[in-house]
Design a protein around this ligand. Structure first.
Ligand code: KG4
Ligand code: ZN
Length: 344
């Protein structure tokens, strides 16, 4: 079975082919980041128009990369949600139409389930059950995972997602959108403990997160540390980025430890854009060593949005007999807990 996967939920056009025997045989990605940078965030209308331009050429590139013809493809999957409605509709319409033309089944898959299963593409793939930490630009969730489709939401952000907090705080420090990578670079040159940011919602029980207060704390710290020219000197910028990043990382670690204690599980799987963060990976690895558990994450290129995770997730579900009918429909809001389990 060979499955073509199309991802267009936000600002990345991803197309990949997953082969049941050989694994991933093509992976194409086009990022719109530069196009949106001038606007300080993703402009939904521009995102949709660019997906229209890029998706079909990337499908052709993916077939070329894998040395396959359309008749070699047994099914097409696409991100049906959550995400930007216009962007999702582009991927869904193209995927549905190609599937009709090629006379193969189509299936709309859940973007966050794609992130969650991305570590399965690695050689050192986790076994079930595990606790999943999903940290992206739109989501921060802790999920109890017993099998594909057996998900229980343990906690989530009640306001900004972790990636969103990186992006908003980065903007205050003069960085372009998305600011996660640049923030972590600044933080590398930061002085530890010069500023102490709060660890939100860690002083009470529960597994929910709140990151919007950190952005406000950063804004106040910036205001209080401007030099005589009304600017931040470079070292202070780095120190603020460091303090912010350490607060996010420590908060995530505290909640992950709680989730592992609550479930009794020893495996932690981390996915989504923020899981590429080096400090988070290092600190989490150290904590898991102490807890005598294991942590798993995808290679950095599969932490952020990509077609590979959609091709793989769609492969599992198409193989399970799931299908989407001929209508083109997307779900901009879609809870992962609504998904059916595989082989119940
Ligand atoms: O999963 P993703 O590509 O897209 C969504 O589905 O949201 O995640 C993008 C988010 C952005 O907010 C970006 O700033 C953040 O992930 N990010 C990072 C890092 N790399 C990406 N945040 C912190 N450190 C990083 N190294
Ligand atoms: Zn994502």
């Amino acid at each position: 079975m060979r499955i073509l996967g199309i991802e267009t939920s936000c600002d990345e056009t991803g197309v990949a082919i997953y082969d049941e025997q050989k694994g991933l045989v093509a992976n194409q990605l086009y990022s719109q980041i530069e196009m949106h940078a001038d606007y300080g965030g993703v402009v939904p209308e521009l995102a949709s128009r660019d997906h229209i331009r890029k998706t079909i050429p990337l499908v052709q590139e993916a077939l070329k990369e894998a040395n396959l013809k359309p008749s070699d493809i047994d099914g097409i999957t696409y991100t049906a949600g959550p995400g930007l409605v216009g962007a999702l509709l582009v991927g869904a319409t193209i995927a549905r139409s190609l599937a009709y033309a090629w006379n193969v089944p189509a299936l709309g898959v859940h973007h966050m389930e794609g992130h969650l299963l991305a570590p399965m593409l690695e050689e050192n793939a986790p076994e079930f059950p595990f606790v999943a930490l999903l940290i992206s630009g739109g989501h921060t969730q802790l999920v109890k995972v017993d099998a594909v489709g057996e998900y229980e939401l343990l906690g989530e952000s009640i306001d900004d997602a972790a990636g969103e907090a990186f992006d908003k705080t980065g903007k205050l420090l003069g960085l372009d959108y998305p600011a996660g990578v640049a923030m972590s670079k600044l933080a590398e040159s930061g002085t530890p403990n010069r500023f102490k940011f709060p660890r939100p919602m860690t002083d009470r029980p529960g597994l929910d997160f709140s990151f919007s207060g950190l952005k406000t704390f950063a804004a106040n710290t910036i205001k209080a540390n401007l030099n005589e020219n009304g600017e931040l000197d470079e070292q202070t910028r780095c120190d603020i980025a460091h303090a912010f990043q350490q607060a996010v990382v420590d908060t995530i670690l505290i909640k992950c430890k709680r989730a592992l204690e609550q479930t009794g599980y020893k495996r932690l799987v981390m996915a989504g854009g923020v899981s590429a963060n080096k400090q988070l990976r290092a600190d989490l690895a150290e904590m898991m060593k102490k807890l005598k558990g294991d942590v798993f994450y995808p290679r950095p290129q599969f932490c952020t949005d990509n077609g590979a995770m959609i091709a793989y997730t769609g492969f599992l579900r198409l193989k399970n007999g799931e299908r989407t009918d001929l209508s083109v429909s997307v779900k901009p809001r879609w809870a992962m807990t609504e998904l059916p389990s595989i082989n119940p």
